[in-house]
Design a protein around this ligand. Structure first.
Ligand SMILES: Nc1nc2c(ncn2[C@@H]2O[C@H](COP(=O)(O)OP(=O)(O)O)[C@@H](O)[C@H]2O)c(=O)[nH]1
Ligand SMILES: [Mg+2]
Length: 283
């Protein structure tokens, strides 16, 4: 972690109806990053909450030094993906952290993420509930659904990861500057859209263990959400390998950023994915 402390960290915190805990959670995040002795900013995106989330964050932001906590707001609830995309427009840091506002995942864990980034020379380190060293209460049903889903993702996108959805992630800022303008999905599978594009663009992704304190397993995620995630996953595949949508956006954006290894070749990649899918579906 010491090696990054000359650099600036931007924390993007999407928040939807978090009024009851947001103040304490931001204060805890501030304490954590003060302890790291790094330069940081916290960008809270209030995602059209219908409680006092915005008001509470504004009070904290106004009481602190300018720029330490920024509050941005969607006037309607557009979903977490869109909230993250909005937050990414305001980053000033060299590193960017996605941190859920509900603090199920304590931000102190990010020190390990930075260590993994340094050791493995990764561009992105994502928290993974399925990492062997993770401490979580994860119901067996969710574990099975996740395992099947990530096997599919490996086949479809070649993504070498076991969990896209955990709400603690670390990026080098250039990854997001390149990838976020391409993101279309607002509420389901936006993490996959970000990571699949980063992987395709040649950025290296590693996983980190997480300690998850409590999660609303049965609260906000239902069967409908699982189907929507699956449809969104197919839509990402279609845009990436069938119509080449993301490549077109790349060509349209004047981009000076160069990923470290060249992106996967589209045709060869598509062929490989289709062969693996056929093998899976037909046997
Ligand atoms: N569910 C949900 N969460 C949102 C939305 N926009 C922002 N968030 C924030 O995203 C984070 C994760 O939400 P949560 O429901 O806890 O999801 P989970 O931890 O993946 O089960 C929380 O900090 C929410 O406040 C949204 O539209 N829906
Ligand atoms: Mg949560």
């Amino acid at each position: 972690m010491n090696n990054v402390c000359g650099k600036k960290i931007s924390v993007i915190m999407p928040a939807y109806n978090e009024a009851s805990n947001i103040k304490a959670n931001i204060e805890e995040t501030i304490r954590t990053f003060d302890d790291f002795k790094c330069d940081y900013e916290i960008i809270v995106v209030d995602d059209g909450s219908n409680d006092d989330t915005y008001k509470k964050v504004k009070e904290i932001a106004d009481a602190l030094r300018k720029g330490q906590v920024l509050i941005k707001r969607n006037h309607e609830n557009f979903g977490k993906g869109r909230a993250l995309k909005k937050g990414a427009r305001y980053i000033n840091g060299d590193y960017v952290i996605f941190l859920d506002a509900d603090m199920d995942l304590h931000p102190g864990q990010i020190a390990t993420f930075f260590d993994i980034m340094e050791l493995t020379e990764a561009d992105i380190v994502i928290g993974s509930k399925l990492h062997p060293n993770s401490h979580i209460q994860y119901p067996l049903s969710r574990r099975i659904i996740s395992t099947v889903y990530y096997a599919m993702i490996k086949l479809m996108f070649g993504l070498p990861i076991h969990d896209t959805q955990t709400g603690l992630k670390l990026f080098k800022a250039e990854v997001l500057r390149r990838v976020m303008p391409k993101i279309l999905i607002k509420d389901f599978a936006y993490d996959l859209e970000i990571l699949a594009n980063a992987h395709k663009d040649g950025f290296k992704i590693e996983e980190a263990p997480v300690i998850l304190i409590s999660q609303r397993f049965n609260g906000r995620i239902g069967m409908g959400d699982i189907w929507r995630t699956w449809w969104d996953t197919l839509a990402i595949f279609y845009r990436m390998y069938v119509i080449g949508y993301y490549d077109k956006i790349d060509q349209g954006v004047k981009n000076t950023l160069k990923p470290r290894r060249s992106g996967l070749r589209k045709k060869r990649d598509l062929r490989e994915r289709i062969v693996s899918l056929n093998r899976l579906l037909i046997g």
